[in-house]
Each structure stands twice: as C-alpha cells, then as structure tokens.
Design a protein around this ligand. Structure first.
Ligand code: ASP
Ligand code: MG
Length: 412
C-alpha cells in the first residue's frame, strides 16, 4: 500500500471535537487506499504550559527532565487520536518516539533525528493496522533517554517519517490554508501560493514565516519529500493548500515569491576595531560560543588600519552579545572603542528563485522603499534573497510597498 503522512498541529487537535475532525480526514485517506502515518502535536498551549512548569520548578533545569516533561503533551494526543480512529472502525495504534524507535542524538531539547527503523510499524501495517499515530517532537537517545527535537519539531518528525517510509506526500495540517506571499495580517492583498520551491520556503521559514519548522524543510529538500501545507478547518482535496516542492515542478515561476519580515532585530556596531587578518574570527567566534545568532554582517572600509564591524542579531540576544564582546576586550583579543546597539530595527526580505535569472530585483526593491521615504540601514543579498534592515516603525509599510512593487497580489 502507498503510504501517506498526515501531520496535525496543536490547533488542529486542540480539543476532542478537533481530534475527531482530524480523524475524519485520516479516515477519508484510508478509504482512498493509503496506509497512513499520522503525526500529532500536543494540544495547542500544552507545550508552553509544560515548559512553564519546568521553568518554575527549576531555573537551571536538567535538560533530560525537561524533555521527559515537555514530550508528554504529544503522548496524550497520539493516544486520543488512536482511540478516536478506533471508534470510527479504523484500525489504528499509537506510537511514542521510543516505541518506533525514533533514534536521535543526545542533544536534549534540540536533538537531531538519526534513524527511523521501519520494521515495527511495517509489521503492524502487514497485520492490518491502517493508521500508525506517532507522537511528534520526540525520540530516544542512544543512552535510552527521551529527547525532543526543538520547538515546532513535529513538522520535522512528519517529514522524517515521510522520507523513511517513501511516502507519496507529507501533508501538514494547520490553522492556515497554505503559504502566503506575505503575512495577511500585514498586507490584506497577500495571496496563497499554489506551489513554492523548497529553497524559497527555507528562506521564508528561517525568516520567521512560522508555518513550518526550518529543519523540516531542510529534510524535505534533502530527501525530495513532497510537502503540502493545508488547513484542517476546511474541506480539502488533492489540490488544496500549498505544495512545497522541487523548483523543477514549478512551471510558472514568479521572480519574487514572497516578502518576509522579522520584527525583533537589533543592529550592533563595534566601533573602531583593528583591521587585521583574523579580526572577524576573533569577533564572531566568541559570539557563536555565547549562542548569539548573528545574521547580517557588514565591515566598513578601513581608515588608518581601523574599521567598524556591524552585525544583526535577535533583540533578546543583545545583552549576551555585549557580554561576549566585553569579555574579548578584557582578554585583549578584540580592541574596540565602543559597542553601539540599535534595538529598534526590523528586517524585511524579498525571496524568489527567479532572481537567479532576472536582473533588477534589487533596484525595484530599493526604489519602492525610497518612494516611501524608508531609510535602509544594512543590505545583504544571497542568490535568492535580498534583505534590508530598517527602522521597526516602518516595517509594515515596507512589507506593503514591496508586495505592491513586485505585483504579488497577482501571484499564484
Ligand atoms: N508541541 C511542540 C511545540 O509546541 C512540537 C510541535 O508542535 O511541533 O513546540
Ligand atoms: Mg508548528
């Protein structure tokens, strides 16, 4: 039998009525002839509650026990989904991560999937089970402890199962009906895309379009898993939602597919550092060690052997970055005059694989921002993305202006 993976996020299993609604969708796919692997999240809000309990119990918590606690939300929904399916006469069985076993690294709270042996689940399918309901987000380390895959990790569980079982597709059911050209809450002309390329989705996911965990898109791209995002609150068929797929499967490619933003950025500038070989390593090594997620980097032209180095990072990591830099200064490794933090900036990006073959995207972008009087503070580009750092108060305006400039209200 062909295998289909169906993943239901927290809002799609938020209460028993919704679990039942999701189970009906699963039953329909079984009737179409699939063996189904259902991956479930915890009921919405549950994981946050569990994380809160851990933090209240122990400020410097043991990550192994954190995983023991926060993985439990998925156990509940997996069991309830299996029970609901059984009530509908669909032969179903639940599987916790360790029962599969979904083997992971020992990096608690951010474990990587290492292997998903098929034998146990395949045997049950062979015996007539039609649905394997798998608790998302969790696995087991080689030490035999429960692990979790990082917040949003159920998406990654689903894609990994789709790859391991050669599934025809991995359907991600959520509370939105697909991937949009931008956030519809900011731009009401935002359009749902029928298709988007893996690489574009990766850029959008990492830029904060929170539909899919970034890691899940990376996995899907590597194993060429057809990934679909669709709503669990609507009637859906084979053409619903947005298909995240190989760029070769997209016939009419837009030059720009989407406008993404990240609201809570900070711009940090180290004023007057020595311009010498190794200076970037001396700065960004300690920042990485301190867990600062540096994104954009700009080094100014130097004057008399000294230069300014600017980087961006999430605004809640500013204190950590400052501490790391002051330490390197005290240790005599990097000598800077001042570290200036601007915490009122946001990042806006346009993304599209069509940029590879079309000139002029950057100038269209800069013209549109200029026409609104928005000052650009930092620019970075990659093959399929142009990002700018601007004052946060202009973020919405910038998103709308760029959506217009690239004609995305007509995108499909
Ligand atoms: N329940 C976990 C979380 O909220 C995993 C997931 O839903 O993907 O992060
Ligand atoms: Mg999610």
């Amino acid at each position: 039998m062909p295998v289909l993976v169906m993943k239901f996020g927290g809002t799609s299993v938020a209460d028993l009525a919704r679990v039942r609604n999701a189970a009906e969708k699963v039953k329909r796919e079984v009737e179409r002839g699939y063996d189904v692997i259902v991956v479930v999240s915890a009921m919405s809000g549950k994981t946050n509650e569990l994380v809160g309990w851990v933090e209240q119990t122990s400020p410097l918590f043991d990550a192994r026990e954190y995983d023991a606690v926060v993985s439990s939300g998925e156990n509940v929904t997996a069991g309830l989904m299996a029970l609901t399916l059984q009530e509908m006469d669909v032969p179903a069985r639940s599987w916790q991560g360790w029962q599969v076993p979904l083997k992971t690294s020992s990096a608690h709270s951010a474990a990587r999937i290492e292997a998903i042996p098929r034998a146990n689940i395949d045997q049950k399918f062979a015996e007539g089970m039609k649905v394997a309901v798998v608790a998302g987000f969790q696995g087991i380390s080689s030490e035999g402890r429960i692990t979790t895959l990082g917040r949003g990790g159920s998406d990654t569980t689903a894609v990994a199962f789709a790859a391991a079982f050669d599934a025809v597709r991995c359907d991600i059911y959520t509370d939105v009906d697909g991937v949009y050209t931008t956030d519809p809450r900011i731009e009401d002309k935002a359009r749902k895309l029928d298709r988007i390329a893996f690489e574009e989705m990766l850029e959008l996911a990492s830029l904060g379009a929170k539909v899919l965990q970034t890691r899940s898109v990376e996995l899907a791209m590597r194993y060429k898993v057809k990934l679909r995002v669709l709503s669990s609150f609507e009637d859906t068929d084979e053409n619903s939602g947005t298909l995240v797929c190989d760029e070769e499967d997209i016939v009419e490619q837009n030059v720009v597919s989407g406008v993404a933003y990240s609201r809570d950025e900070a711009k940090m500038t180290l004023i007057s550092v020595a311009d010498r070989p190794g200076i970037a390593a001396a700065i960004f090594g300690p920042l990485a060690k301190a867990g600062v997620n540096v994104d954009m980097i700009v080094q100014n032209i130097s004057e008399e052997g000294r230069t300014d180095m600017t980087f961006s990072c999430p605004v809640n990591q500013v204190a950590r970055a400052r501490e790391a830099m002051n330490k390197t200064k005290d240790a005599g490794e990097v000598n800077f005059r001042e570290l200036v933090a601007d915490t009122d900036v946001a990042k806006v990006s346009v993304v599209g694989i069509g940029m590879r073959s079309h000139a002029g995207v950057a100038s269209t972008m800069f013209d549109a921002l200029a026409a609104e009087g928005i000052n650009i503070r930092v620019i970075t580009t990659s093959e399929i993305k142009i990002s700018v750092l601007i004052d946060r108060k202009y973020m919405e305006l910038a998103v709308q202006a760029l959506h217009d400039a690239f004609g995305l209200e007509n995108a499909a």
